[in-house]
Structure formats: C-alpha cells, structure tokens
Design a protein around this ligand. Structure first.
Ligand SMILES: Nc1ncnc2c1ncn2[C@@H]1O[C@H](COP(=O)(O)OP(=O)(O)OP(=O)(O)O)[C@@H](O)[C@H]1O
Length: 324
C-alpha cells in the first residue's frame, strides 16, 4: 500500500526567550498514523505540538501538511484541531452548543449541525448529554466532549496534548481504548503527547522519544523497546540494568533477559539474592553482584526456589552497549 505523508516537520527550531525549546526536529507522520511524542516533563513535547497547531511561531525550518507549508497560517486556518490537557469546553454553553459552535462558523446548515453533533456524541459514547453544561460532567466526560468537538472539525491532523493526564487510572485506561477505537474507525492522523510510556506503547503506531529538546529515537513500540538507540531511551523505556565496566562503555540488560540459576554455574556472573517479590504472573529477583543490584524477572513459581542470600549465577541472553 502506498503510504502518504500527512505531516512533515523539517529542521524545525523553536527557542523561547530564556533559551529553552526544541531544535533539529525532523519527522514525517503518515496518513492514518497514530504518532506519539513521549518524554519526561520539559523535554519539549508540547512545544512541538503547539507549533504544529499554530499556537507558537517557529524560529527556523518548516511544517508541511499534505505537502504545503502551514508555518505562516493562524491556528484557525490550519487543517488541525487540538485537545488540551485541561478541559477547554466553554462553561456557559451546553454540550450541544459546544459541539455546534465550530460548525456554525463553518456555515453548516441547522440540519447538518444537528446530524454532526449526534454523530460526534455517538463516537465518544455520550448520547443524551446534549443539554448538560460542562460543569455537570465528570472529567472523563468533559474530555470526551472535547475530543468529539475536535473530530467534528474534520481536521487533517488531530493534536492531543496529554488529554487524559487529569483523569484517574481506570478512566484513563478506558479513554485510551476508546480513543484507539475511534482513531482506527476514522483512520484519522493523530499526534499525541504523553510522558506515560505505557500509554504511548498501548496507543501508537510509532513513538518519537524526546529528551532535552531533541529527538532521541523514532520507531514502532517494538523497535524502541527491542533496540533502544541511546542510553537515555534504554533507561526511559521499560526496565534496564546498567553495568558499568569501569571503561568508556556501559553494558545494559533488561530484567527479562537474565536467566538466573541457583548455585555456581561456571562462566556465568555470580551474585547473591537480595529480595524476591511476587508481582502477579512473574517474580522479581534482585541480585547483588559486584556491589550492584541487578533486577531480574523469573517465571512465577520461582519464589519457592530462591531465598535471600542464596548464591546464584546469571546468564545474559541479550545485552546492549552504550557509552558510559
Ligand atoms: N512560554 C514559555 N516560555 C519559556 N519557556 C518555556 C515556555 N513554555 C515552555 N518552556 C520551556 O521549554 C521547555 C519545553 O517545554 P514543553 O512544555 O514543550 O515541555 P513538555 O515536554 O511538553 O513538558 P510537560 O510534559 O511538563 O508539559 C521546558 O524547559 C519549559 O520550561
């Protein structure tokens, strides 16, 4: 299948007056792709999203949608719609009015507006809430309406800035699933921002990992997990043990890539069991070796086999190397 590029960011730079910001930003987002920008607080994710939406001017480079530069267009003239972290519904308008507002501006007929609002509310499972005011809705419901409102504008690219971060864990997981379903159904291009790696892994076709204003790696969740391109990505995504060798290199190994055997197996790294914790379907065994704790995961049942202070041997089945 021919893959069309929907959004391109080329050598983009945006610095605030204090010198903070992002630079060397290059990325392509394919049509129908769910792309997530992931990174710790302050790494520049929201800055990039705002430059795409037109809420921030860029210092250098270009932003193209469907091959056309949008960098000089005002937000309302860009084919994008943005949903923010905090619910940005108009409090004095009902749900219906909130959804209808943008369509009225676009000069839709009354009948078209009514049909669109109905469809929008169906998409986010909020039928029957037309007459409510935002203040009468829960956080999750308000965010559903905000997503519906953005979708009704039929944006070429939907921009979502940590839309679920104010919600509790259970609602958050539910909203994630709903968003994924909507994205697949509408095949809409989405750029999503989060600092939550689990959320990024669950939702995305590809993830852009950011650190301190630059992109560290772009790849599918599997690529990023299996082949972290830098020490930062290796430490930020999943669990990783770093074992400095005293030189310029650091060896790294994921807990699930360590095979732990009781006793002294020749040629393997030795250590002593410090703690054994049953974590549902697997067991975390922390082993002290050369003054360092190595976290390992072993299958359930192993808690019977390993006791604190036991001598064990460790075989690393997959390792990574980074600069120290
Ligand atoms: N209006 C501003 N003026 C000056 N500096 C800013 C401004 N907005 C953001 N910054 C700084 O730019 C950097 C990137 O901020 P940005 O909000 O893009 O990060 P983020 O990754 O989205 O973080 P968070 O997850 O906390 O929102 C940070 O160091 C931040 O302090």
């Amino acid at each position: 299948m021919e893959e069309k590029i929907k959004l391109q960011i080329r050598n983009m730079k945006k610095h605030y007056k204090n010198g903070d910001g992002v630079e060397n930003i290059n990325m392509d987002v394919k049509e129908g792709e769910f792309l997530t920008m992931l990174g710790p607080s302050g790494c520049g994710k929201s800055t990039i999203l705002r430059t795409i939406g037109g809420f921030l001017d860029i210092d250098d480079g270009d932003i193209l949608i469907d091959g056309c530069s949008v960098k000089d267009l005002a937000p309302e003239n860009r084919p994008t719609a943005m949903v923010f972290q905090s619910y940005n519904l108009w409090p004095h308008m009902t749900v219906y009015e909130n959804l209808a507002f943008g369509l009225k501006i676009k000069k839709y007929s009354k009948e078209e507006i009514s049909q669109s609002v109905k469809r929008g509310l169906e998409l986010v499972n909020m039928q029957g809430f037309e007459k409510k005011y935002p203040g009468q809705l829960s956080g999750g419901q308000q965010q559903r309406v905000a997503i519906a409102r953005a979708l009704l504008l039929k944006p070429s690219v939907l921009l979502l800035d940590e839309p679920f971060s104010a919600l509790d864990a259970k609602i958050r997981a539910q909203m994630r699933e709903e968003l994924k379903k909507i994205q697949e159904e509408l095949k809409i291009t989405v750029v999503f921002v989060t600092h939550d790696q689990e959320e990024a892994m669950a939702l995305s076709h590809r993830i852009v990992v950011m650190n301190k204003g630059v992109i560290e790696q772009i790849g599918t969740p599997t690529e990023i997990y299996d082949h972290p391109a830098s020490r930062f990505v290796a430490s930020f995504i999943g669990e990783m043990n770093f074992l400095p060798d005293g030189g310029v290199k650091t060896l790294a190994v994921r807990p699930e890539d360590v095979i732990v055997t009781k006793g002294d197996v020749s040629g393997e790294k030795k250590g002593y069991v410090r703690t054994v914790m049953v974590l549902g379907h697997y067991v975390e065994v922390n082993v002290e070796s050369d003054g360092q704790i190595i976290k390992t995961y072993v299958p359930k049942g192993a808690e019977e086999e390993f006791r604190p202070r036991d001598l064990v041997s460790m075989k690393f089945i997959k390792t990574y190397e980074y600069c120290a």
